[in-house]
Each structure stands twice: as C-alpha cells, then as structure tokens.
Design a protein around this ligand. Structure first.
Ligand code: HEM
Length: 192
C-alpha cells in the first residue's frame, strides 16, 4: 500500500516538474514573441513559414523595423492571390481600405504585398484573396527571428528559458528529496 502511495506521489511530483517546463508557443523554435522594440531598426531578409497550408508559400520576405512597428514585403510563390490582409478574411472586407494590401510584382512577375507584422516567432493570422475563387482564405504564419542577422535582435525571445529551466530543476530536486524522505519514513515504519 505504502509502495503504491510512494509511486503515486513520485508520479505526481514528476508531473509537477514536467508542467513547469517551457511549452513552445510556435513551430518556430519554442520561444516567446519578439516585438519591434526588441529589434534594431533596419531592413532585413527574414524567413516566413505558413503553418496550415502548403498552398500559401512565402518565398521571399523583407522586414522593415522602425522603432515600435514592423512591416514586411512578402513575395508569394505564385500569382493566385490578389490581396493580403494581416488578420482573418472575415475581417478583411470590413477593414479600412489601406489595411488591405493589393499586389505588386517583382522582377519575375511574382506577387508581392506590403503588410504590418505584429510579432515574430509566434503564429500571426494572414488572409489571402484568391483571384480565381474570389474569396478569402485564412493562413497562420510565423516570421522567424533566428533568420535575422546576428545582433539584430537586442532582446532575444528565449531569454526566459534559463530561469524557467532553473525553476524546473529546483522543482525536480525538491521532488526527489521529498520522495526519498517519504521512502525513508515508510521504511522506518513512520517512527522519527
Ligand atoms: C481539394 C483540392 C485543392 C483545393 C480546394 C485548392 C485550393 C487552393 C486555393 C483556394 C488556392 C489559392 C489561390 C488560387 O485560388 O489559385 C490554392 C493555391 C495553390 N494550390 Fe491548391 N488546392 C487544391 C489542391 C492542390 C494540389 C493537389 C496542389 C499541388 C500538388 C495545389 C497547389 C497549389 C499551389 C502551388 C497554389 C499557389 C498558387 C498560386 O499562388 O499561384 N493545390 N489552392
């Protein structure tokens, strides 16, 4: 019975420790969002990844950071999308005209768009207007800060990992000590 109790307690403590471990918020390496104020002003090439579709492929992205705002010039793989909106399609038709980006073309005729970017390393909503089907499609995109040049990010998004890891290690230690204590107590029949 005591052994069972011990095992249950150990499992409970282990679960507590595991629950203290960092949970990734994006597919982009498990760091917290990085905002404009965390990045040096400038213009950078950045990688962008669509999480929920292979039909909305960003093949080029230039990020411009000015004080507390970021914009991106996004190049899509094809010519199927005519407009882009930094939000959900359902909101796009009600949004201010200036908030919806119509396409330009790069030297290879691919469609490019200018959009605001709220944060890097976290999933942001982007809606694409299908020219052929005349409707909005919703996508989730991550702009990856790790693809920026060294020194561009002044406050790395994963700065919290060390303190959280230290907390988890402390919890694990306390758990082990408690488990050993309980085991000893049981072995001596509870007499102390
Ligand atoms: C049920 C089947 C499919 C549906 C409903 C669908 C729907 C769409 C839609 C709505 C778009 C947005 C742009 C546009 O309308 O042209 C799109 C783009 C695209 N799809 Fe599909 N698709 C399907 C199957 C496929 C398959 C089988 C492939 C390739 C293996 C594919 C490759 C692409 C590519 C490359 C684009 C980007 C085109 C561009 O931007 O010019 N799709 N698809």
């Amino acid at each position: 019975m005591n052994r069972r109790l011990n095992r249950m307690l150990s499992v409970l403590l282990a679960a507590l420790c595991v629950s203290a471990l960092p949970v990734p918020v994006s597919a982009g390496g498990g760091s917290r969002p990085v905002y404009a104020e965390d990045i040096q002003n400038g213009t950078y090439e950045i990688e962008a990844e669509t999480l929920n579709s292979s039909m909305f492929r960003i093949v080029g992205c230039t990020l411009t950071v000015t004080d507390e705002a970021m914009t991106a010039r996004v190049t899509l793989s094809g010519k199927g999308f005519g407009k882009l909106y930094a939000g959900r399609g359902a909101e796009a038709d009600r949004a201010d005209e200036g908030a919806v980006s119509s396409f330009g073309e790069d030297e290879e005729g691919r469609h490019t768009f200018e959009i605001p970017v709220s944060a890097l390393d976290t999933s942001v909503p982007l809606a694409g207007w299908s020219i052929k089907r005349e409707q909005w499609y919703d996508y989730n995109v991550v702009f990856h800060s790790e693809s920026l040049p060294d020194g561009a990010v002044t406050k790395p998004g994963n700065g919290w990992i060390l303190p959280v890891a230290a907390g988890a290690a402390a919890l694990a230690l306390i758990g082990t000590i408690a488990a050993v204590g309980i085991k000893r107590k049981n072995r001596t029949g509870g007499a102390s």
